[in-house]
Structure formats: structure tokens, C-alpha cells
Design a protein around this ligand. Sequence first.
Ligand code: AMP
Length: 280
Amino acid sequence: MQIILKISELKKALDVARRGTQKVGIVPTMGALHKGHFSLIEAALANNDFIVLTIFVNPTQFNDLNDLERYPRNLEKDIAHLEKYHIDILFTPSEKEMYPEKDTRVFKLSPLDKIMEGLHRPGHFNGVAQIISKLFEIVRPDRAYFGQKDFQQLAIIKHLTKQLELNVEIIGCPIVREKDGLAMSSRNQLLNAEERKAAPLINKILIEAEKMHPSMSPEEISSFVVKHLNSHPLMKVEYFEIVDDQSLMPISSWDDSTNKIACVAVQLGEIRLIDNRYFN
Ligand code: AMP
């Protein structure tokens, strides 16, 4: 695995790889790697000849400065984990390398960015679009791998790729969970012991909620979930929405959508966690 910090060097290495008509896969991450990230790497390795993994904590997608400052960073540990995989390049640029000047681009993501994460984290998806479009321009990957854990992000990146007419296939990979059901996340390591013990409740309630449908209405299920999670002393629900997986529009009746997905964001102590579950 070659570790590259400069865009110009990355481009050179990719030019050489492409001469051999290799298929290039990219796995964008913010580091503090866990099994969720490794599942994306494995999916990329299975279908491409040349893999670029990126680690960059992208400041433009953080709407909360505290969240950016305390975001876990452990490059040495990440590199040690990555030695197990046959990744070709680890691209880990500095902030100055990615943003030599302020990125003022504004992307048209409406209406997909108007609810859930978009509503509660203003500017977040524009920042995601800035970094992903930059990485796609530099790497020009054939395939790009993202987790369904960040379901709305995945939908927005698919939309962005179409809008910019980029020739890259976006692959969504299933959520990887801890044994107790908690969706893996870099932010989980910021939870204290008590919060960590409480966190699997989020997934448990999503499972319960799926079982309640379709005999209960989306509205009844929403009230149940919010009430139940909020009754935990450490938890505060930021949103719970049952939406169509294409339009991301909230549904009021089960007939409104063929593929329904419940998405939730919960503040657990100081840490904000998200999760989701398809209702089959
Ligand atoms: P992050 O480093 O949190 O920006 O995540 C990088 C990529 O890994 C994103 O596409 C995430 O959706 C994905 N990811 C994060 N956690 C998980 C998980 N538990 N299961 C599957 N993919 C994940």
C-alpha cells in the first residue's frame, strides 16, 4: 500500500494504473476505521483491480465545530489495520491540499437535502458534495463504495453523480453492526460506558417498529419510537422519519411507497448517532 498525501502524486499513480486498463474502485472515509469501513474495502476488492482508500476528515461537512474537533483521528492505527488488505493507495491529504482556497461551490441537492440530516445539519450535504465531487474528479473511479448506514448521504451521492454526469457506479453496502446491534460508527468510541450500554436500544426500537407495521400507521409508529427512545434518560430523538427510499419523502400511508425505510437520529449524551432500517 502506497501512502500518498499530494493530489499530483495520486494522479500520477492512477495514470500508471489506468494504462493497464485497470478498474479503479474508491472508498472514501474519514478514518478511525472499523468493520463497517472494512466491509466497503472488501466489496471494492472483490470487483476492482486497483483500490484507493481515502482518509480525510472533511471540515466543510461539519456544521458543528465541537463535533469536528472531537472527531476521532488515529492514522497510525488505521494504517496498521489496512496492512491486512490489498489496497493499492491510501490517500490522506491535508486540509490545505484539498482546499487550497475556500470551496464556494453550491450544489443543487433539493429536495433530498431538505429533511432529516439535511434539515438538522445545515450545509452538511453541500460539504459532502464538495469533497466527493473533488475526490471523483481527481481519482476518476469506475466504482465508489458507500455504506447504507449513511442512507441519505448514499441517496444524495447517487443523485449528484447523475446530475454531474459522472461515469462512476455508486455501490451501497449493508450496515455492519456490533454484536448487540449497535450500528458501527467512528463516533461510538466517544461514548462513555453508560452511553455505550444504552446505545443498542436505537436498533432494538427500529426492529420493534418494523414489526408493528403495517397494522399500525406510520404516524402511530413514529410516536411510539420517539416516546420510547425519549423515555431513556440519556437519549433525545432529533428526528424519526419513515420515508420512501428513492424520493426520501416521508410517507403517511403504507401505500405511499414500495420501499420504505425508517431513519433516526438520536442525541446520546454529547454524541449524535444515526441509524436506519428498511421495513420489508
Ligand atoms: P465515515 O468514515 O464515517 O465518513 O464513513 C465512511 C464510509 O463508511 C461511509 O460510506 C459510511 O456510510 C460507511 N460506514 C460507516 N459506518 C458503517 C457501517 N456500520 N456499516 C457500513 N458502512 C459504514
